[in-house]
Ligand binder design. Structure first.
Ligand SMILES: Nc1ncnc2c1ncn2[C@@H]1O[C@H](COP(=O)(O)OP(=O)(O)OP(=O)(O)O)[C@@H](O)[C@H]1O
Ligand SMILES: [Mg+2]
Length: 235
């Protein structure tokens, strides 16, 4: 009889210990999430400081072309800062809602580069696409580059048009299509011998994403990127 009571008592103690350990684990998990959220917040704030410094520096520059170059650097940094912002603002710390991200990215670029008179419209479709930070950042930079190009080169002299970004989820990969209905590449354009930064960056980012990129020059410019979600680096 005494033995049974003793065993029951030990079982109770073990159960108590397990509840204690579980509570501790839940607490440290909650602390870890707060810290990760805080880091994303700080990274985003620091990136915002960098873009503000660049804007101040740009204001000192008289040359219009150099001034624009400063603006493009700010767009590139902003495309990364927005990923960190969405990670700390949303409930999910590991994945971002890419359609929400793209809507914000494309709208910001259109308004900053073309104003809000509605001459250039945009279309974004990336329903249910959730990407981790290791994929979201290089992909965001690549899309930033292609949309910036469309807004910079495809619609000269107040020409009206549309830019579009669509991501489709296929069984073992994703397909991204970025397109515009502008004037298309110049006839004599030679991408191999181009010394500009933008398309070179796009090639580098495609390699980083382990993807394949096809460019088409029909009714404007369009790009098709096939990529997979990169394995997330454990925190
Ligand atoms: N969507 C587009 N429509 C028409 N022409 C384009 C388009 N995208 C690129 N181009 C042409 O390709 C060239 C190279 O583009 P790239 O992005 O490499 O350089 P850039 O935009 O001129 O400068 P940056 O280095 O700042 O990106 C452009 O100068 C332009 O002539
Ligand atoms: Mg460019």
């Amino acid at each position: 009889m005494a033995l049974t009571i003793n065993i029951a008592g030990e079982e109770l103690q073990t159960a108590d210990k397990q509840v204690g350990i579980r509570k501790q684990l839940q607490l440290s998990l909650a602390e870890k999430n707060v810290l990760i959220r805080e880091i994303h917040h700080r990274v985003k704030n620091n990136m915002q400081v960098i873009t503000s410094l660049l804007a101040l520096q740009a204001n000192k520059v008289k040359d219009k072309h150099v001034h624009e170059e400063f603006q493009y650097i700010q767009f590139r940094i902003n495309s990364m800062a927005m990923v960190h912002e969405m990670l700390y603002a949303a409930g999910d710390l590991a994945y971002i809602d890419y359609e929400k991200y793209l809507n914000q990215l494309v709208t910001t670029l259109v308004v900053s580069m073309k104003g809000s008179d509605g001459n250039i419209t945009s279309h974004v479709d990336a329903k249910s696409i959730k990407l981790n930070i290791d994929t979201a950042i290089p992909l965001g930079l690549l899309i930033n580059e292609l949309i910036t190009n469309s807004l910079k080169h495809a619609f000269p002299d107040g020409r009206k048009g549309r830019v579009s970004v669509v991501i489709k989820s296929c069984p073992d990969h994703y397909e991204l299509k970025v397109s515009d209905n502008g004037i298309g590449f110049p006839e004599d354009f030679d991408s191999q011998n181009s010394t500009s930064l933008g398309l070179g960056l796009v090639d580098t980012l495609t390699i980083q994403l382990e993807g394949t990129l096809i460019r088409e020059n029909t009714k404007g410019v369009s790009y098709m990127l096939t990529f997979k979600q990169l394995e997330a680096n454990a925190l």
